[in-house]
Design a protein around this ligand. Structure first.
Ligand code: KIV
Length: 261
């Protein structure tokens, strides 16, 4: 699974053969310039899900429910999940363990499949006291196992496990019968997810320990744009190949020295 937030990134992810595109609320810090994911709204997510869906990617599209779109009451929760489905997602993802069971059940009752997300849940950044690895001690790990079990029983068809020691990723994956998708949760999860901009080196911020960067597109893009700017300044761009040809007649007619203009 990889995130994508718009038409071109969805086309690229689909062409690369990923199984799942997550239109993540990390659009906030990767595209929209926010410090964290809390600034992104259901309106933002609806727009980005629709842009991804218009690319018709050959994979599952998961619409991420942003902070405060499933925290107020059940009716609002279900309506917000439905907005992402109508925009083109086939399922939604939301963060949290046991306390999210009523929200998960209500969405599933509306025939919308739900992917869970436990461990380091970025929408809880302030409640967690920062972006901290979760489940580092036995009590914390046990709580995560209970969370995984509760949201599986509530009907989640899969779950993301983020930012936990590898043994916790292994134990959670072994303890439930739906697929786990890890991000900083070790190699034993059933699948793995990373943020598009992190994989491709397009981000402008420091990446987490769990990221493996496979390209440095920001560096390539900066170099390419600098070459373009230099070519414009020296007159090397545009050349004949990038210009529409003029007939001899037109040239002559427009030439002030010819006396016809
Ligand atoms: O929004 C997101 O990108 C995510 C992934 C990091 C799992 O939730």
């Amino acid at each position: 699974m990889v995130t994508a937030y718009d038409h071109p990134t969805a086309v690229i992810a689909s062409a690369a053969g990923v199984d799942i595109i997550l239109v993540g609320d990390t659009v906030a810090d990767n595209v929209l310039g926010y410090e964290d994911t809390l600034g992104v709204t259901i309106d933002d997510m609806e727009r980005h899900v629709a842009a991804v869906a218009r690319a018709k990617p050959d994979c599952l599209i998961v619409g991420d429910m942003p902070w405060m779109s499933y925290h107020v009451n059940t009716e609002e929760t279900v309506r917000n999940a439905a907005r992402l489905i109508r925009a083109g997602a086939q399922c939604v993802k939301l963060e949290g363990g046991r306390k999210r069971v009523p929200a998960i059940e209500a969405i599933i009752n509306a025939e919308i499949p739900v992917m869970g997300h436990i461990g380091l849940t970025p929408q809880s950044v302030h409640a967690m006291g920062g972006m901290r690895v979760q489940g580092r001690n036995v009590d914390g790990a046990t709580a995560l196992l209970e969370d995984a079990s509760a949201i599986t029983a509530a009907g989640c068809f899969a779950m993301v496990i983020e930012g936990v020691p590898d043994a916790v990723g292994t134990a959670v994956t072994a303890s439930i019968d739906v697929p786990t998708i890890g991000i900083g949760a070790g190699p034993d999860c059933d699948g793995q997810v990373l943020v598009f901009h992190d994989v491709l080196g397009l981000g402008t911020r420091r990446t987490a320990k769990f990221v493996r960067q496979y390209a440095n597109l920001a560096e390539d893009a900066t170099k390419a744009l600098a070459e373009f700017a230099a070519d414009v300044r020296t007159g090397a761009f545009p050349g004949p190949a990038e210009s529409y040809e003029s007939s001899a007649e037109l040239r002559q007619a427009l030439d002030p020295r010819s006396g016809t203009t």
